[in-house]
Each structure stands twice: as structure tokens, then as C-alpha cells.
Design a protein around this ligand. Structure first.
Ligand code: C2E
Ligand code: MG
Ligand code: MG
Length: 557
């Protein structure tokens, strides 16, 4: 059985008990005094009273007689009061015990709660110190629990929490503590023998395996895995108080977060370097939130080239973050964080709006490609939002191309299909980005109406050096020909790669051979030199045709 702790909510209990005991003693004292009085006066008066009653001619003392009756009444009253008080005290003690249990436990699972785990852990740390042993905190978090709640409802979520608790409890050693800290996060505190710390690792593996078997919820069988962070009390600098307990819980939490990042369904031990990484990460999160409205995110542009004649056909917009605290940061770092903290749509829309303003100044033959996150694809209003941006920038949809990475097709193929169809209906082009890395099936490719596929840069840049890369590029080229899908090759870094690539067919291409991605201003200068800027409408000349008229009708703006 997992231990239940004494918590601070019990601290004032002894005072209450003393007060109640005093009342008990007063009531009992009254009864005892009344009995002594009864015995003292009764022995003298009772005989006379009985005789007077029997008519023996003896006059009983009336005053003493009345006192005796009063004395009897006092005994009865005092005794009843004593019994009532004892019952009242018992009831109150039970109610206080229930309230204190509720204050320390989680009502759904019966585990300890966030408030009570700190003092309980501190008590265990103090015990361990006395006995020369150690304590390990295991932070357990269910993977993707929110998704289960969202898809299958809160009842299924509750079923999972209750069953997971039962499984965890069954695996924990007898003296361990188990708390639910909120949501899907549990903390176990386990006393360990320093000589056998491998027992904890065995326990963590058992928990990973044990929870991973399907959980029944109504007619559903749901799969859950857990990520576990472990922290040992030996890592604490000092103390066995509540502050030390909180620090140990915090360390296990950091390790758990790393276990999630490391791929979930695993356990990690806490290491000091993790704390630094976490601090950096929370700085980035705060920086992203503040940086979007402050205009720190800017679009850069990479040239897209027709490999046959070397002509620029357009640009791919690539996000850059000029962070005041950390300098230039790669989108591969900040895009996943923006996705996780729910800022990606705001960030992407700000960038696209700026890119459309920049691209409006380019020659009308040049296209603009933008990358879209899988999170945005799940937004039912995404197509509408994009059309609004096009309208306010007065940019023709036929010059815009959306890049969707191949890896997001697995989860969302139905959603992606309807989104692609609606965007295509508005004239926007759709490319499948990073092709070759996401294992999409031929059947998917056939049913999704892409306009173009982009071969991932890892295959292109290793074209001369890897046999596997050339086989893959050859396969993708013949697939493109067979399905009548034009291809763009990313990551052309040198002339050798370019020459080899051309032996496989006709492509568009992009890569460092044609230059690094550049700011809007630099692109504008380069286009001006090549006479590739849009010609400003001549005042009084023929008006430009309104390319957005159909969109305005569609969006009602
Ligand atoms: P991507 O869409 O595949 O973009 C191409 C990436 O390859 C860019 O990295 C580009 O700088 C890099 N690259 C271009 N030519 C070469 C080359 O010759 N060799 C090598 N090794 N690399 C080359 P970048 O700018 O760091 O972007 C990385 C990824 O971040 C992009 O991959 C895209 O998936 C994502 N990303 C960038 N901007 C955005 C955005 O605004 N929204 C979203 N959702 N994702 C974005
Ligand atoms: Mg791309
Ligand atoms: Mg790519």
C-alpha cells in the first residue's frame, strides 16, 4: 500500500483536541462532584426521608430533601451532557479527518495532490537522511493525453487516469508515495538503497511497459504511453526540508520534459545541463511571444531557378528571427516552439503579409513560395485567412505557392485533401516539400492534387557522394514524369551536383550555388539590377486588370 502523509493542514489539530478534552473533563467533573455530594448528603438524609415516607412519625428536613432531589437531577443532567459531548467530539473528529483527507488527496484517483506531496517528500527525505539511504522522485506524464481528451471526450480521459493510477500503484514498492499533480502528471517518491539504485531503473522500465498496454474505456481500447523523469536526492545540494523536496520534484520534471523531447515512452535521469537548456527554451518562448508584435521576425528569400536556362522563376520565403537576446535564430529552432506554444498562425500570417508586400514589387512572372506548418493545416479557417491576406496585399493567387511538408500527410490526409482542393480552386499552387523523407505512399500522392514535388535537400546535396541518393533521385524523377508532376530540387550546393542532377531530367532548383537566402531589401536591389521589378502603373495609362475579383466575391470582401 502506498503511504499517506501527515500534512500541514493537520498542524492545529492538537489545540482543538485540548479544547474538546477540557469540555469533556468539566462535564465529567460536574457529574463526579454531584455523585460525591449525593453520597455525602444522601447517607444522612435518605434514612429520615424513607422513614417519614413510611409514616414513622419522623419529620424529615425539607431543605435537605430538596437538595437531594436537585442533586439527583444534577447527576442525570451532567451525565447526559457528558455523553452528548463525547458523541459530538467523535463526530467532529471524523468530519475533520475527512476534510483533511480531501485536502490532501486527488478526488478522481485517490492519490496525494500537489499540496500534500511536498511535505510528504520532505518527511521521506528526513527519514532517508537518518537511515543513510536516498530518495528518488519519478515524474510520470502521459503522452499525448490532451489529444485523447479532445478526440474521445473527458470520460475516456478519466478512465485512462484511473486505470493508469491503478497500474502505477500496483508496481510501486510499499513505502512509496504517489501523487497526481494535476492533468496527466503523476509524481512517485521512492526510498532507495544506494547500493541498489538499479532497482529504480527497473521500476521505470516496468512503468513504461506496464502502462503501454491498451486501456479499456467503454467500447474503446486506447493506447497510452508515459514519459518519465528521474531525480535522485544525492543530486540535491543540501536540506531535507520542503524546499529541497520541491527542488527534487522540479529536477524530475525537467528530466521528464527531456524524455518527451527524446521521443516519449522512455525515462531520463536528471542532468544539470538539462536545466540550462530548459531556461534557454523558456527564454525563447517568451522571446517569440514578444518578438512577433515587435517585428523581430522577418522574411528572407531564396531564389528558385529554372535549371534549363538559369532564369529566376521566383523565391521561397524563409523565416528569420533577429532576436535581441540571442542574435539570428534558425527557423528549425523557433518554428517547432512557435507551433507548441500556439503562436505559429500569428507568426506565419505576419510573415506572409510582409512577403506579399515585398513580392508585389517583383516582376509579375516571379512566384512566391511559403512554408505552411501542419498546425495551420488543421485550422478550418486557414484558406479563408490566406485569401484575406492576398486581397489586402492585392496579390494574384496564381503567383502564390504553398509548401506542405511530406511528414504532415500521415495524420491529416483527409484535412489536407480538402484544404488543398479549396486553395487550388482559388488558383493557389501547392507543392509537396521535403519529398523523400516522409514515406508518403504512391496512393496518397495520386489522390492529393499537388502541383509540384520538391526533392529534399539531403538527397540532392549528397548526390555525388552517395549511391543511395542518386537511386532515390532517379526514382523520384521517373515518378514525377509518370504522374506529370514537375519537380524542384532543393540544396544544390555546387556545379558538380547541378551537372549530375541534370542527367536525371528537367528540374527547377534552388540552393547555395545560387546564393544564400537574402532580406527583402537585398532581393529588391538584385531584381532592380536585372530589370525584374514590377513596372509602376503609368498615371493615366490603362488600368491593371483586377486579378482578385473572383476572390473578393468568394470571401465577400
Ligand atoms: P525548407 O522549406 O526545406 O527550406 C529550405 C531550407 O534549406 C532552408 O533552411 C534553406 O536555407 C536551406 N538551404 C537552401 N539551400 C541550401 C543548400 O544548398 N544547402 C543546404 N544545406 N541547405 C540549403 P532554413 O531557412 O533554415 O529553413 C529550414 C526549414 O524551416 C524550412 O525547410 C522550412 O521547413 C522551415 N521554415 C522556414 N520558414 C518557415 C515559415 O515561415 N513557416 C514554416 N512553417 N516553416 C518554415
Ligand atoms: Mg520549403
Ligand atoms: Mg524543403
Amino acid at each position: 500500500m502506498v503511504q499517506q502523509p501527515q500534512t500541514d493542514c493537520q498542524a492545529s489539530e492538537p489545540e482543538h483536541r485540548i479544547g474538546r478534552a477540557e469540555k469533556d473533563i468539566v462535564a465529567l467533573g460536574v457529574v463526579v462532584a454531584a455523585i460525591i455530594l449525593f453520597v455525602g448528603t444522601g447517607s444522612a438524609v435518605m434514612t429520615d426521608l424513607v422513614r417519614a415516607y413510611l409514616g414513622a412519625g419522623i419529620q424529615a428536613d425539607r431543605l435537605l430533601g430538596n437538595a437531594l432531589i436537585l442533586n439527583i437531577a444534577l447527576i442525570i443532567f451532567g451525565w447526559r451532557r457528558y455523553v452528548e459531548l463525547t458523541r459530538e467530539v467523535g463526530d467532529r473528529r471524523k468530519a475533520e479527518e475527512t476534510a483533511s483527507r480531501l485536502a490532501q488527496t486527488d478526488p478522481l484517483t485517490g492519490c496525494l495532490n500537489r499540496r500534500s506531496i511536498g511535505p510528504a517528500t520532505a518527511a521521506m527525505l528526513a527519514d532517508a537522511q537518518r537511515q543513510g539511504t536516498a530518495v528518488v522522485v519519478m515524474m510520470i506524464d502521459l503522452d499525448k493525453f490532451k489529444r485523447i481528451n479532445d478526440i474521445h471526450g473527458h470520460q475516456s480521459g478519466d478512465d485512462i487516469l484511473i486505470e493508469s493510477t491503478r497500474r502505477i500503484r500496483a508496481m510501486l514498492p510499499e513505502r512509496a508515495l504517489l501523487a497526481r499533480l494535476g492533468g496527466d502528471e503523476f509524481a512517485c517518491v521512492v526510498p532507495i538503497d544506494r547500493a541498489h539504485s538499479e532497482h529504480v531503473e527497473n521500476l521505470a522500465s516496468l512503468l513504461n511497459e506496464g502502462i503501454a498496454s491498451p486501456i479499456q474505456s467503454g467500447s474503446l481500447e486506447l493506447d497510452v504511453t508515459v514519459s518519465i523523469g528521474l531525480a535522485r536526492s544525492d543530486e540535491l545540494l543540501s536540506g531535507v526540508d520542503e524546499e529541497a523536496a520541491q527542488q527534487l520534484l522540479h529536477m524530475a520534471d525537467i528530466a521528464m520534459y527531456q524524455a518527451k523531447k527524446g521521443g516519449r515512452n522512455r525515462y531520463y535521469w536528471f542532468e544539470a545541463s538539462m536545466e540550462k537548456e530548459l531556461r534557454f527554451r523558456s527564454e525563447l518562448e517568451a522571446g517569440i511571444r514578444a518578438g512577433i508584435p515587435a517585428g523581430e521576425f522577418v522574411p528572407y528569400y531564396e531564389k528558385q531557378i529554372d535549371l534549363e536556362d538559369g532564369r529566376i522563376t521566383g523565391f521561397e520565403m524563409l523565416a528569420r528571427w533577429n532576436s535581441p537576446a540571442h542574435g539570428m535564430i534558425s527557423p528549425e529552432v523557433f518554428i517547432p516552439i512557435a507551433e507548441e506554444i500556439g503562436c505559429i498562425s500569428e507568426l506565419s500570417e505576419t510573415l506572409i503579409a510582409q512577403a506579399l508586400r515585398d513580392a508585389r514589387e517583383w516582376d509579375p512572372s516571379l512566384t512566391l513560395s511559403v512554408n505552411i506548418s501542419p498546425v495551420q493545416l488543421r485550422d478550418p479557417w486557414f484558406a479563408q485567412k490566406l485569401l484575406k491576406l492576398l486581397i489586402s496585399a492585392n496579390f494574384p493567387p496564381s503567383r502564390l505557392d504553398i509548401e506542405i511538408t511530406e511528414s504532415c500527410l500521415h495524420e491529416n490526409v483527409g484535412v489536407v485533401r480538402s484544404l488543398i482542393t479549396s486553395l487550388k480552386n482559388q488558383g493557389i499552387g501547392i507543392s509537396l516539400d521535403d519529398f523523400g523523407t516522409g514515406y508518403s505512399s504512391l496512393a496518397q500522392l495520386r489522390t492529393l492534387p499537388f502541383d509540384r514535388i520538391k526533392i529534399d535537400r539531403t538527397f540532392v546535396s549528397t548526390l555525388g557522394s552517395s549511391k543511395e541518393s542518386s537511386t532515390i533521385i532517379e526514382a523520384i524523377s521517373s515518378l514525377g514524369r509518370g504522374m506529370d508532376l514537375p519537380i524542384t530540387a532543393e540544396g544544390i550546393e555546387n556545379k558538380e551536383v547541378l551537372a549530375l542532377l541534370k542527367t536525371f531530367g528537367t528540374f527547377k532548383g534552388q540552393g547555395f550555388l545560387y546564393g544564400q537566402p537574402e532580406s527583402g531589401e537585398a532581393v529588391r536591389r538584385m531584381l532592380a539590377e536585372q530589370n525584374l521589378l514590377a513596372i509602376a502603373p503609368v498615371p493615366g495609362g490603362p488600368t491593371t486588370p483586377d486579378l482578385l475579383a473572383p476572390l473578393r466575391t468568394a470571401t465577400g470582401s
